[in-house]
Design a binder for this molecule. Sequence first.
Ligand code: A3P
Length: 415
Amino acid sequence: MEKLAIPLPARRSELVSWSSGKKGAYLVRNRRTGETFQVGEQEHFLLEHLDGQQNGEQLSDAFATRFVQPLLADELAEFLELAAQRGFFQAEGTAVPTPPLDPGPSLAQQRLGVHSLLKRIAATLLSVAAAVLRWLALWLQRARLRIRLLRLIRLEFVPRPDDIFIVTYPRSGTTWMQMILYQLTTDGSMDIPHIAEYCPWFERSLRSGRAFETRPSPRLFKSHLPYQKIPKGPGKYIYVAREGKDVAVSYYHLYRMYQGYAGTFAEFFEQFMSGKVQFGSWFRHVRGWWEHGRDPNVLFLTYEELTRDLESCIRKVSDFCGLYVPSERLPGIVARCSFNFMKKHEAQFDPTMETLWEEGVQLNSFLRSGRVGEGKTHLSSEQEARFSRAFRQQLEPTGCSWPVPGGSTTAARVG
Ligand code: A3P
């Protein structure tokens, strides 16, 4: 085969090309002059290889490999002449390596590009739709809670003069005050499923509404409602406030442990400061109740006071609520309201347990009885026969029998 060992000109760096959409046809654009030409596949190939690096011999080898036919000298000369006429080459002596003849997107690629753009738009639309749905679900949930609360306050809840509301911003000592009042109003036995049985969460309890009517007096309620929203009745309101920074820390831990919050404390703190947490701004909550702290039916206490002198706080509470408590009971009540005692009975104060209990789960029933043979006493004869049939079909063929011979816990093979 004839070799073409001649130097070759370099194509202009301003040339770009792309497939015209017709098989084997390309469009070459000279960005310097703005002209566009249509060329065939072989011309395009040659132009692509005129990058200032290859001589005629190398080009001819590459051509033969690509098209399985030789590149003849006069064909190359003809191509070079035509390309020169179209102004495809750099001026002589200025030949420097040119950037690849960047083939612009082919039609297929353009279609692919459009396709992936459409996919991206669809994905964006879907994620926007998902965000809108999430927002809507949250909005609906909040609206449902608001409506439930309105119905509860306006239609269902009939206040009684001896009702006692324990009101707090979350993490301010609500549970502590629930325990104090539970101790003051009962014999204080801890044989209870959950503190919520005696002191339900007014605005959230699933057993709220008319079920409150069946509760014996004095009814105890816990609430996180701001002053403006709490139902105003002849009853008593004990508000417990806690230093805001301590609340923020305690609230952050609650968010992390119970609500899967993954942010840092700094992030949570920002939310807390701008009131973008459940139950809103601590400042507004405390201010609302502080302004009514001297109302005759409001007792404004602080978590810090409870920590400093629990016994006198308990006395204040019992006097305020008009509860007679023999003085000999007081030390026992103080002991039961200590952090350590309550910690030992934590499950009875835990909000997750409260939810389960509200939903009807019987608490403390997981480690149930731990005895052998209860199956026999609980199953009817039909159930027992059905079980035996299934055992014969599914386990006996493997050689397994019950009780396992030798009392081993590992099923022994018979025969
Ligand atoms: P920390 O998270 O700082 O420990 P609430 O019941 O309003 O959610 O408040 C919870 C906070 O009150 C928690 O604070 C909890 O430990 C604290 N608390 C509950 N019972 C307490 C008690 N007997 N003595 C001291 N703090 C108590």
